[in-house]
Write a protein that binds this ligand. Structure first.
Ligand SMILES: *[C@@H]1O[C@H](CO)[C@@H](O)[C@H](O)[C@H]1NC(C)=O
Ligand SMILES: *[C@@H]1O[C@H](CO)[C@@H](O)[C@H](O)[C@H]1NC(C)=O
Ligand SMILES: CC(=O)N[C@H]1CO[C@H](CO)[C@@H](O)[C@@H]1O
Length: 360
């Protein structure tokens, strides 16, 4: 008699239950982070995206990783390819605009610039070499590469120079002498001059390609030290200050068309001491005024590895919002950023991971 009695009780109970359950939409959730594991390497550096493939350079073993990703940057398939020898020092990656879909690489130890077809239709298909350009004599250590019409601009990290070389006619080139050590090169959107961040001397080099004149500009020591990340952006050149081995200053700079520099200091509790290594503007920055900054433990193991999303006012003069996203794997020496329409990627130098941050 007990069992039918219990069933009857349960039945009655479920009829009168007031707890309701229904699906919810995921909008309004905080950003989700997924760390995609890459083939193990000691140094995972730069990245570009071609169609559904993210290409990632691993420098210590000169491996190019192809990561096929979904809309939010979550890996579906991963394959690594030896580029030249394990000692060739694959580092810089840049999309070609003259050859759409093709990608420039730097082989820092082999002193070569290489144009490849990444064969983006398949993650597992090996990339193909289209063109090789030797860095001219006395130049050494091609690090960053960027394509500007028929020219490549390249930082030469070992010889402390910046190289301009015509990729259609490599006998047409200039080497501009800098100081230790040119990392990035970027063209000013208004005055059209080229600038380079020289990290260990805490200077910025300005190059006038028409006259060949170069100028060294000091970073204001009261703002911070060690300029690294540098990109062309709204109204000028934007660059980050990494700080020193013991402190970050959460500061990045803006260079206007007359070389006036404005420093912006983050104010959020985690942002104010960030060690800013790299920066990128959102793909829709012209309408949403957003940029991303990367804080990295690369020279100071005590700082947090973070992606920091900044929103400016419409004049790009005042920071209106700072959103700090702490990277799950700390001490990863976070290295480069790449925003897309649906996510932002970051490479983790020492942990062989490609982070994606997105809002589902
Ligand atoms: C990383 O470097 C160490 C020391 O040089 C080496 O023993 C190890 O094999 C490297 N690991 C990878 C995955 O390349
Ligand atoms: C490192 O940077 C901080 C902040 O700018 C500064 O106070 C400190 O003196 C610097 N340390 C060294 C060793 O230069
Ligand atoms: C030093 C060394 O191992 N060199 C080799 C690098 O790779 C090329 C082919 O990509 C070989 O021809 C070299 O012998």
């Amino acid at each position: 008699m007990l069992i039918p009695c219990l069933i009857a009780l349960l039945f009655i109970h479920s009829i009168v239950a007031e707890v309701t359950i229904k699906p919810v939409s995921s909008t309004g959730f905080p950003p989700t982070q997924v760390e995609n594991l890459l083939p193990l390497a000691n140094q995972t550096h730069e990245l570009v995206k071609v169609e559904e493939i993210v290409l990632v350079s691993q420098m210590d073993n000169s491996v190019l990783v192809k990561v096929q990703v979904d809309k939010y940057g979550v890996a579906q398939q991963v394959a690594g390819f030896q580029i030249a020898n394990s000692t060739s020092g694959l580092h810089g990656l840049a999309l070609s605009t003259k050859n759409p879909g093709m990608v420039w690489l730097t082989l820092e130890a082999d002193n070569k610039l290489v144009l490849i077809d990444p064969v983006a239709a398949s993650a597992t298909a090996a990339p193909k070499v289209i063109k090789e350009i030797d860095v001219p004599q006395l130049g050494n250590g091609p690090h960053y590469v960027g394509e500007y019409d028929t020219d490549l601009w390249v930082s030469l990290k070992e010889s402390n120079d910046v190289l301009r070389i015509n990729h259609e006619n490599p006998t047409d080139y200039n080497i501009y002498k800098g100081v230790a050590r040119p990392i990035f090169v970027a063209q000013h959107p208004i005055n059209k001059m080229f600038y380079s961040s020289e990290d260990t001397s805490s200077k910025l080099m300005k190059i006038n390609p028409a006259t060949g004149e170069t100028t060294q500009i000091d970073v204001d020591a009261s703002a911070g030290t060690t300029p690294v990340g540098m990109v062309s952006g709204p109204k000028g050149i934007w660059f980050t200050l990494l700080g020193n081995k013991t402190a970050g200053t959460g500061t990045f700079g803006f260079i206007d068309q007359y070389d006036n520099i404005v420093y912006h200091k983050l104010t959020s509790p985690l942002g104010k001491d960030a060690a800013l290594l790299h920066l990128k503007f959102d793909v829709a920055y012209e309408t949403n005024y957003k940029m991303y900054l990367l804080s990295s433990s690369i020279i100071n193991p005590k700082v947090l590895d973070m992606v920091i999303k900044i929103t400016f006012d419409e004049q790009w003069t005042t920071i209106k919002d700072e959103e700090v996203i702490v990277i799950p794997t700390q001490q990863c020496a976070a290295h480069r950023l790449l925003p897309t329409q649906f996510n932002v990627f970051a490479t983790e130098l020492t942990s062989s991971k490609l982070l994606t941050v997105f809002s589902p």
